[in-house]
Design a protein around this ligand. Structure first.
Ligand SMILES: C[S@@+](CC[C@H](N)C(=O)[O-])C[C@H]1O[C@@H](n2cnc3c(N)ncnc32)[C@H](O)[C@@H]1O
Length: 346
């Protein structure tokens, strides 16, 4: 049985915030991108990340760094990336003391929004059942085998691992929120190296004309952006000609031209700018030159899919709905419905 050996020393160089952003990681990233359309951009992306991380000041950084540094070195017998509960290791790969140590360390990275994951028999039951979204998305998109993919706003990387599990050639994720990025670094230490990398970047920080990716996922991001059309234009420049956009976002049940611009908060979220109808989104994509824009899924979010758990102990969807009418948010807007829209880049 593999036991936790000891905490690794913190090897972070002065000025670098996470020891994973080191030379070995750079080489792995460059090598993975070789022979893909990403290759000409790796240098630029890596330096952008370095410059950004060198400037970061966040009160929780010491805790996050300590957490990553204290994660045990486990030799795990197997992992499974092609399953709803992403699994690293088996219960017998560590003893209960080691599992408790893992639990305590990973809880320091609370709140866990996306999952589930299972590490040596310990389940990270995140706020969202991200596997339910994947089930609504995957049957409708081009098979991922052999594709170069980008997941914008990938959180802790849940869907990047799923993409690799589905056979992608290489999955790049970008995520500007540093706690989610730190969760990715922690998970990667447990899952080991795979054909994927997450970079702590926002979509706006990517070059406009990469024209590199076979598939770009933008899931749960559009309504957070003040200029959603600019985001769709950005994605058009990231996809190779004929590449596939997979857009998942909040929508309203309406027709062409219908769009909700919430006054103040929506479901208690401060940063929801616009919620269009599916027709509206399809039309916008068509006007931007995408072809075959089509809605492949339209689902009301339930309190079983988004809920408080031991790994996300704060309020969740049921606290954001009108207690007398769950078809409405507490502000009186239509309750969250999410759609998946697929289209091909010109
Ligand atoms: C609601 S979460 C969705 C996470 C995941 N994609 C999913 O579908 O479950 C939105 C994510 O987008 C990220 N995000 C927000 N603005 C972004 C931007 N400009 N570029 C890239 N990601 C962004 C947030 O940090 C957050 O992780």
């Amino acid at each position: 049985m593999n036991q936790i050996l000891q905490s690794k020393p913190d090897e972070a160089k002065p000025g670098s915030l996470w020891r994973c952003q080191d030379e070995a990681e750079r080489i792995r990233f460059y090598q993975a991108a070789t022979d893909t359309l990403l290759a000409p951009w790796t240098e630029f992306l890596w330096h952008t990340v370095q410059a950004k991380l060198a400037e970061v000041k966040h009160g929780n950084l010491p805790l996050w760094r300590q957490t990553i540094a204290a994660l045990p070195e486990l030799v795990l017998s197997s992992s499974d990336l092609d399953t709803g509960v992403l699994r690293a290791g088996l219960p017998e790969d560590c003893d209960d003391a080691a599992r408790q140590q893992l639990y305590r360390l990973l809880q320091q990275l609370h709140p866990w929004r996306k999952g589930p994951f299972e590490i040596c028999g310990m389940t990270i039951d995140a706020e969202w059942r991200s596997d339910w979204k994947w089930k609504r998305v995957q049957p409708h998109i081009k098979p991922l085998a052999g594709r170069l993919t980008l997941d914008i706003g990938c959180g802790n990387g849940y869907y990047c691992w799923r993409t690799v599990g589905a056979g992608a050639k290489f999955a790049l994720g970008i995520e500007p929120y540093l706690l989610s990025y730190t969760q990715y670094l922690a998970l990667r230490q447990l899952f080991g190296q795979h054909l994927m990398t997450v970079l702590p970047l926002a979509a706006e920080e990517l070059p406009d004309t990469m024209r590199a990716f076979d598939t770009v996922f933008s899931m749960g991001v559009l309504y957070h952006l003040p200029n959603p059309l600019a985001h769709l234009e950005k994605i058009r420049g990231l996809l190779r000609p004929g590449g596939e956009l997979v857009l998942e976002t909040l929508v309203i049940d309406g027709g062409a031209g219908d769009i909700l611009v919430p006054e103040g908060r929506y479901a208690k979220m401060r940063n929801v700018h616009q919620i269009p109808s599916c027709r509206c989104l399809e039309e916008q994509l068509t006007k931007l030159g995408f072809s075959h824009a089509r809605t492949v899924d339209f689902t009301r979010t339930t309190v079983k899919e988004q809920r408080s758990t031991d790994w996300m102990r704060w309020h969740s969807l049921q606290d954001y709905l009108d207690p007398n009418n769950p078809q409405l948010t507490c502000e009186g807007y239509p309750a969250p419905i999410r759609a998946v829209i697929v289209a091909e880049a010109p």
